[in-house]
Design a protein around this ligand. Structure first.
Ligand code: ADP
Length: 302
């Protein structure tokens, strides 16, 4: 089983011409509430890829949380460790999208903050039986660390997508089988400005020196740079007409972990993940844009 531990958010999205200044009230349009949260996005991407997946998360006891849990089951996930927290709202993101495509986002953790080490404790045995654990950084850091240490001790492969960027302890880095930052996160973790294969290589080595076994840096439309026991290389992505890159990284990570779980080698798994992410950037939204396995296979045949 592949276990994803992470966040669930309701994305409240509104379109604006330009962002309001402090004290100003402006009129927006096209308000939508969409399913999001990095944990949920990656779990959905892995489930739609066809992996046997379990999700560890806290959501609210509100309507949105109830609907999300239902949707996770419909995507074929094992939701035994999805916990509805009494009297808490599900995590939220307020997203303004400007006419020029820029976005401005406020996140409030809400129920996600309840995923404490104590809440994880009853699910540690479940976690230890997984083959792979995939996490992000929208959950409390102590919980991410506890999960990583326990998984590692039990021989479970630990993949961390360090998003949104936060500093990581040396102990956490040393417990990771793989880390998958994007360019911004790689720079924040290493101090090296990452823009291409050469700079990604330098940054990856800095992370491997801290004990991470392999590093996979996503480079947007350029693809991804792999550095690990299987060598060093840039694996280019697919050229598509991008309309909305929200959750490109999440789709990539979920599909990549699922493909590895299926037994594909690193190159084949990255190719699958590039295809899944390329499809997602041609569509609007986060979870709404994540493709199913059949769509990925069709894309790769065309
Ligand atoms: P994030 O969304 O976390 O910033 P990236 O921008 O690095 O992550 O993108 C993650 C992956 O999504 C890339 O490795 C690639 O597979 C795919 N991707 C992102 N942007 C594009 C694009 N414009 N065209 C094709 N694929 C893309």
């Amino acid at each position: 089983k592949l276990i994803v531990l992470g966040s669930v958010n309701a994305d409240h999205v509104v379109q604006v011409n330009a962002f309001p200044r402090p004290g100003e009230t402006i009129t927006g349009h096209g308000y939508q509430v969409l399913p999001g949260g990095k944990g949920a996005n990656q779990a959905v991407a892995a489930a739609r890829f066809g992996a046997d997946i379990g999700f560890i998360a806290c959501l609210g006891s509100d309507d949105f949380g109830t609907r999300m849990e239902q949707a996770f089951r419909e995507d074929g996930m094992d939701t035994r460790a999805v916990m509805a927290v009494p009297d808490m709202p599900t995590g939220i993101a307020f997203i303004q999208i400007a006419a020029n495509g820029e976005n401005s986002i406020v996140i409030s953790a809400e129920a996600n903050a309840c995923l404490t080490p104590a809440m994880l404790e009853p699910h540690l045995n479940y976690l230890r039986q997984a083959q792979t654990l995939l996490m992000q950084l929208e959950s409390p850091m102590e919980t991410v660390e506890l999960a990583a240490f326990e998984a590692r001790k039990a021989g479970v492969a630990v993949i961390l997508n360090p998003a949104p960027a936060r500093p990581l302890s040396d102990a956490l880095l040393a417990a990771l089988t793989m880390i998958t930052p994007n360019e911004t996160e790689a720079e924040m973790l290493t101090g090296i400005k990452v823009t291409d294969a050469a700079s990604a290589c330098t940054a990856a080595h800095k992370l491997r020196d801290k004990g991470v076994q392999s590093v996979l840096i996503t480079l947007g439309a350029q693809g991804a740079y792999y550095s690990g026991p299987e060598g060093e290389r840039l694996i280019p992505g697919f050229r598509v007409q991008a309309t909305d890159t929200t959750a490109a990284g999440d789709t990539f990570n979920g599909a990549f972990a699922a493909a590895l779980q299926e037994g594909l080698d690193v190159d084949a798994a990255i190719r699958m993940a590039h295809a899944a992410a390329a499809i997602s950037v041609t569509r609007l939204g986060a979870q709404t844009s994540i493709p199913y396995r059949a769509e990925i296979d069709t894309f790769l045949q065309s």
